[in-house]
Unconditional design. Structure first.
Length: 533
């Protein structure tokens, strides 16, 4: 019977994979076809004027100039970063009708407006369960060195500091997975799981087996995953399959061909909460490659995560409940879960401060980027960074360079191999500017590095889901934890230095020249479109 169950699971997995890939193709091609038809119309109009109305070509030219001029005025008076505006000017200048149509399709985001309205409501609802900010004033003054960023996180989106929580660092996915599985077995009340990617492979099957046992013992289990990131699991069929096992599952912002307007606003967070006492965040998703299990694309997948114990879990509970309830018509009993978060299970307070934080496309805060900028601006000796991508705006680029020029050792570890070819090529162009201005960049040679970490001066660090790219910094739902004077900061620093010593090679100007000319050309041409990718 056990073997039969496994075969059925395997068949289900293959069926779901094929079905969801087909759905995804339909979604992508429906948009591509729509854009292609608009572009063909623009080209046909040009051809029509050239062949049959050449004497009126000045009319076409004049109308195009007028469209571009009006569009430039609209862009100049709109909110947003200049990089995004420049990215739109290029297609509009060459193909005005096509470019404007794309811009309208991109910005006519009815679904996004509904999501924003619902999210603001949920943030107001959960705010009523938070303690008064005034009770933190004394502790904030005691940690005056981070007073500015603490106040920013509290006042921007109610992310409160925790002074009674412990943090454990896991330098790879294997260590995280082992600890994660052990903690799942201990759950007594509820388990919340939120990931961008959940693949239907061996690692997820092992997790589901544990979740089934916890459900049988009366534990409430919720699983939230992204529609694009978790393609093979994003079907009503699979949601019903999990629910048949007692696991309440939900797809974040499901996609509908042509009509979906929120394809860029994805849930990129990585959050696990167990009983309100233990939680995890970091760079890992749920897939074999993150834990270096079975067959995988790269020789080794380097990632990291942290386990948090104590009242800091509260912010992650609130983030999860807000995202979970976006698509719900009835609100949760927020009080039940939020008030379960305390430091009762923390044996000994290790000291220091942890401030969990989240970011989303609708808060107009650039919250995650501001944390990165804060660390760079306040660094005195060094800033060590790991990131899989480097597609950054001018402000972040100049801040990295300014820190290096001030005498701060700014070192970044990036992959030596691509997981996305185009972003890899564009990233090398951004990196070229950094290394030309004193920032040290190292390629991770052991495999692929996916960790997203900043650590500085032995006393401050952040780890979470936020990449150094436009999607993470401006479009996605993201999360992380800011750490100050926590013992694990030493572990994060040691991990970085071990990679530099054993697994990396410095990327220099000579390295860039050895980068294939065709790849460099792709990177330079498409760099202008980086904000839209």
């Amino acid at each position: 019977m056990g073997n039969k169950g496994k075969k059925k699971s395997h068949r289900d997995r293959i069926f779901l994979s094929k079905k969801m890939k087909s759905i995804m193709k339909n979604f992508l091609f429906s948009r591509i076809i729509l854009f292609a038809l608009i572009l063909l119309f623009q080209l046909a109009l040009y051809l029509f004027f050239i062949l049959w109305l050449s004497s009126y070509a000045h009319v076409l030219l004049g109308s195009n100039v007028l469209i571009v001029f009006i569009f430039m005025i609209i862009l100049a008076n709109s909110n947003g970063k200049n990089e995004f505006k420049i990215a739109w000017l290029v297609p509009v200048s060459i193909f005005p009708i096509f470019g404007v149509a794309m811009y309208l399709l991109y910005h006519t985001n009815g679904g996004g407006k509904r999501t924003k309205k619902r999210l603001l409501y949920l943030k107001e609802k959960t705010e009523s369960y938070l303690p008064d900010k005034s009770i933190y004033s004394e502790k904030i003054e005691e940690n005056a060195e981070i007073k500015g960023i603490t106040n920013f996180l509290m006042n921007s989106d109610n992310f409160y500091p925790s002074y009674d929580s412990n943090v454990t660092y896991f330098k790879n996915g294997e260590l995280f997975f082992e600890d994660f599985m052990a903690q799942l077995e201990k759950a007594k009340k509820f388990i919340f799981i939120e990931f961008f990617i959940i693949d239907l492979d061996e690692s997820w099957e092992k997790i589901v087996s544990v979740l089934e046992r916890r459900v049988a013992d009366g534990v409430e289990v919720r699983v939230l995953y992204d529609a694009i990131g978790s393609v093979t699991a994003s079907s009503k069929f699979y949601v019903d399959y999990l629910k048949s096992k007692g696991i309440d599952a939900q797809i974040f912002l499901p996609l509908f061909p042509v009509f979906s307007t929120q394809q860029n606003n994805r849930d990129h967070r990585k959050i696990v909460i167990i009983d309100g006492h233990v939680g995890y965040t970091g760079g890992v998703n749920i897939s074999n490659e993150y834990f270096n299990m079975e067959k995988r694309r790269f020789n080794y997948w380097k990632d990291n995560a942290i386990r948090i114990e104590g009242s800091a879990i509260r912010s992650f509970v609130i983030m999860f409940l807000q995202t979970w309830n976006i698509s719900k018509k009835r609100d949760d009993n927020f009080k039940r879960y939020i008030e379960s978060c305390d430091s009762a299970n923390v044996a000994k307070n290790e000291g220091g401060v942890i401030i969990p934080y989240g970011d989303d496309a609708y808060n107009n805060q650039d919250l995650a980027e501001n944390i990165y900028l804060y660390i760079l601006d306040n660094a005195k000796k060094y800033v060590y960074i790991t990131t899989p991508y480097v597609l950054i705006d001018n402000q972040l680029s100049e801040t990295l360079i300014f820190a290096a020029h001030r005498g701060v050792e700014v070192s970044i570890i990036v992959p030596s191999v691509p997981d996305h070819f185009v972003t890899f090529c564009i990233g090398r162009v951004f990196i070229k500017k950094l290394i030309d201005n004193g920032v040290k960049v190292y390629e991770y040679k052991k495999g692929f590095i996916h960790a997203k970490t900043f650590v500085s001066d032995d006393k401050i660090a952040t780890i979470g889901s936020v990449n150094l790219d436009y999607r993470s910094l401006y479009h996605h739902f993201e999360c992380g934890a800011l750490l100050y004077n926590k013992p694990c900061i030493k572990d994060i620093k040691n991990d970085f230095e071990e990679m530099i010593q054993n697994d990396c090679k410095e990327f220099t100007q000579k390295s860039y020249k050895k980068f294939p000319w065709f790849n460099r050309m792709i990177g330079r041409i498409l760099k202008v479109f980086a904000p839209l990718m």
